[in-house]
Design a binder for this molecule. Structure first.
Ligand SMILES: Cc1ncc(COP(=O)(O)O)c(C=O)c1O
Length: 404
């Protein structure tokens, strides 16, 4: 046998992101015809649109949770190409992955890192969020353990009403004084997080912003002015101009998805392009006789003989087991077809109908477009009673990510 050619999937040559091949792609990417396709140009265009909309505010592209399942490093690069000046992650390890891949823009860890993580934060020049005194002490210890260098930028987080994480308005004034008084730190940012920005008519967002403004004023009265004030997630950035301050932190919108199903028709979201498709190929197809039941439990009974296609993805890949019970459909041959019977760990069955010309090797679109049909992440979310965030984050590492 000669040297194998470039990897191919779905009949197309795979387009690598320069210098980056995820480990799962390297070991398992080409052996099973099931994959997630990410359109990085869409991410770049989405970020460019948001940059233009919110200017002069800067954009911090949120790439936590492996870029909401899209792949953090390629998405980070695409977002930077679109104009993002900062990146946001949830945990220090995610920032470390970006640094290891050579991403050198400021990376904000959006929750206070655990004390054990502070050395990694300092070593990787990540920007920590701080909202407790023990957190500040841990950061100072980590800074003391490294030799010299420029002051570490810090963003303080104030809880203005979401009550997840963040110091109270009174506590944040104390923390700001402590940070400002310490020459190894620099108080770069102050931020908060909005609880209902995705419900544009809810006045609570204005109450949160008013509370944030009072904290900013109290700090200013004490002579402290962090240069980067920020509050807006995607929904804030898109539909609440007052929440933009010096920087916005969009996550879901950079992937081209609405923050809430109810926001999908909003004019501010129209330019966004979904970046993710989830595809596979039919692995097996056969005619099954009328009266037969299919998949575990045999709950799905055929009233007429039908072509049943097997698709090699299951709940271990992030296809929720419940999806077949709530009307989930896939696209094959440009048509919607029901997922039939129980979703199994590694495979689903699709009822293609009597005499359907579906055969092994045919393209299956689970999320994305085929012909003039489209299945969206929000369609899955609505069927499953969840949000598109959970759908894309659930697509497991077993599915290789292909970047186009
Ligand atoms: C602190 C913070 N900022 C920004 C975001 C981005 O939110 P979204 O994806 O709704 O834009 C998140 C995500 O949950 C977050 O936790």
């Amino acid at each position: 046998m000669g040297t194998p050619g470039p990897p191919r999937l779905g009949g197309r040559e795979v387009d690598e992101v320069e210098g980056y091949i995820s480990p799962v792609k390297r070991v398992a990417g080409w052996l099973r015809p099931a994959w997630v396709e990410v359109d990085l140009a869409a991410v770049t265009a989405n970020v460019a649109y948001i940059c233009e909309l919110v200017a002069p505010a800067a954009v911090c592209a949120v790439v936590k949770a492996d870029g909401y399942g899209h792949g953090a490093v390629p998405v980070a690069r695409a977002a930077i190409a679109g104009g993002a000046r900062h990146l946001g992650v949830a945990i220090a390890e995610e920032g470390h992955e970006l640094r290891q891949s050579g991403v050198d823009v400021p990376v904000i860890v959006l929750s206070e890192p655990a004390p054990e993580a502070m050395r990694l934060v300092v070593a990787d020049k990540l920007t920590p969020t701080i909202y407790t005194e023990p957190g500040l002490a841990a950061l100072l210890n980590a800074v003391a353990a490294q030799d010299g260098g420029t002051p570490v930028p810090v963003h303080l987080k104030v809880d203005t009403g979401m009550h997840r994480v963040g110091a109270s308005p009174a506590e944040v004034l104390e923390l700001a004084r402590a940070v400002a008084a310490n020459p190894v730190l620099s108080l770069e940012g102050l931020f908060t997080h909005l609880a209902v920005a995705d419900e544009p008519a809810d006045p609570y967002t204005h109450e949160q912003l008013a509370s944030f403004d009072r904290v900013i004023a109290a700090l200013a009265a004490g002579g402290t002015r962090p240069s980067v004030l920020h509050a807006a997630n995607s929904a804030g950035a898109l539909v609440h101009p007052a929440s933009r301050y010096q920087m916005v932190r969009p996550g879901i919108a950079i992937y081209g998805l609405a923050p809430a199903s109810s926001m999908r028709g909003h004019p501010a979201l129209r330019p966004l392009v979904p970046a993710l498709s989830f595809k596979a190929e039919v692995s097996y197809a056969k005619e099954v006789a009328a009266g037969e039941g299919i998949s575990y439990g045999l709950h799905y009974r055929l009233s007429a003989s039908s072509v049943i296609a097997t698709v090699p993805v299951g709940y271990a890949d992030g296809v929720a087991r419940r999806l077949s019970q709530v009307g989930g459909e896939v696209l094959i041959g440009g048509r919607r077809r029901p997922i039939a019977g129980s979703v199994t760990m590694d495979q689903i069955l699709v009822d293609c109908g009597p005499g359907a010309g579906v055969k092994a090797g045919d393209e299956v679109v689970l999320i994305g477009r085929q012909g003039d049909q489209e299945v969206t992440a929000w369609e899955w979310a609505e069927r499953l009673g969840t949000i598109a965030y959970e759908v894309t984050c659930a697509l497991s590492a077993r599915l290789p990510r292909i970047y186009t």
